[in-house]
Design a protein around this ligand. Structure first.
Ligand SMILES: [Zn+2]
Length: 272
C-alpha cells in the first residue's frame, strides 16, 4: 500500500483508523460494534494498537497491509485488546517468512500465560516488555507509557509523539488522581469509555470520569472509544456532544472504520 501524502509538503498524512469501537464483553461477544483496535500512521510509521477479536478481518477489509507495520502494541492482556495478536503477528511477518516488526506488551501478557504463542515469538524482530513511564522508539516515532492503570491485569496507556503532534491513548482503567498527569500535554486523547455511570467494582471509566480527565488534560480534541452496552444504548455521539458542552473541548465519538486525520489538530488553538 502506498503512503498517502499531502500535496503541499509531500509529508505522510498522519491518521488513526478505528478498527472497532466495542468495549467489554457484551459488546464484543455480540459484535454490536467491531473490536479490532486502532491502526496508526504517524510520521510514516504504522502501528497496530490492541488487536482485539476480528482485527484481521477489519484490517484486510480496509486494505491495510500488516507487512507495513513497525509494531504491534498491546496495552493489556484482556481478550478485547489481544485476541487477534497471534494472527496479526503472522500477518506482520509475511506468514513468519520475513522476520520483522516489534511487539510491545506488559510482562503479564507474556507470562505465565502468553497472549502470543511461543512459536510466533521468533517471527518478530523484537519483543519489548512495557513498564510504567518509560519511553520506547519504533520507526520514526516514540511513545511513553503512562503510570500503571488500575485495572484487573497489568495495563498501560501511552502517549505517542510524532513530528507535529502528541496523541494519548487512555486505555482501560478506573479513574484515579494520578491518571491525568501521564497524558498532560497531549494534543489529542483517545479514551476508552466503557460506562455511562460509575459502577464502583468495575475498573472502567464512566462519562463523569472522562469529563474530569478532559478538564484536567485539556486536549484540543478528545475521541471517545471502546463503548460498553450502556454507552452504546445512550448513543455515543450524543454522549460526546454532552461531554463537549460540559468541557468546552471538541469531543468525537469514534465509529467503526473512522479515519481521523491528525493534521486538523494544527488548525486548532491551544486551550492551555
Ligand atoms: Zn480491559
Amino acid at each position: 500500500m502506498s503512503e498517502r501524502k499531502t500535496l503541499e509538503t509531500g509529508a505522510p498524512i498522519d491518521t488513526i483508523i478505528f478498527l472497532g469501537t466495542a468495549g467489554a464483553r457484551f459488546m464484543v461477544s455480540k459484535q454490536l460494534a467491531a473490536s479490532g483496535g486502532m491502526w496508526l500512521n504517524l510520521s510514516g510509521t504504522q502501528l497496530l494498537i490492541d488487536p482485539g477479536p476480528g482485527c484481521i478481518v477489519q484490517a484486510t477489509k480496509r486494505k491495510l497491509n500488516a507487512e507495513k507495520l513497525s509494531a504491534i502494541i498491546i496495552s493489556h492482556r484482556h481478550l478485547d485488546h489481544s485476541a487477534d495478536a497471534n494472527v496479526m503477528v503472522e500477518a506482520m511477518t509475511g506468514g513468519g517468512f520475513r522476520r520483522r516488526g516489534q511487539l510491545f506488551l506488559p510482562a503479564d501478557a507474556l507470562a505465565p500465560e502468553p497472549v502470543v504463542f511461543s512459536y510466533l515469538k521468533n517471527f518478530v524482530e523484537g519483543i519489548t516488555v512495557l513498564e510504567a513511564e518509560k519511553t520506547y522508539r519504533t520507526g520514526n516515532i516514540s511513545f511513553k507509557t503512562s503510570v500503571r492503570h488500575v485495572h484487573p491485569v497489568e495495563t498501560y496507556g501511552m502517549v505517542f509523539t510524532a513530528a507535529d503532534y502528541t496523541a494519548g491513548y487512555i486505555t482501560d482503567t478506573r479513574y484515579f488522581e494520578e491518571l491525568a498527569a501521564s497524558y498532560a500535554g497531549s494534543d489529542l486523547i483517545i479514551v476508552n469509555m466503557v460506562l455511562t455511570e460509575p459502577r464502583p467494582p468495575v475498573d472502567h471509566l464512566s462519562k463523569q470520569d472522562v469529563e474530569r480527565l478532559i478538564k484536567e488534560i485539556k486536549p484540543k480534541i478528545a475521541i471517545l472509544n471502546h463503548f460498553g452496552m450502556h454507552v452504546w444504548q445512550a448513543r455515543p455521539w450524543l454522549v460526546a456532544e454532552e461531554i463537549a458542552q460540559k468541557t468546552g473541548v471538541r469531543v468525537i465519538a469514534a465509529r467503526d472504520g473512522m479515519k481521523f486525520d491528525l493534521s486538523q489538530l494544527k488548525e486548532l488553538p491551544e486551550l492551555k
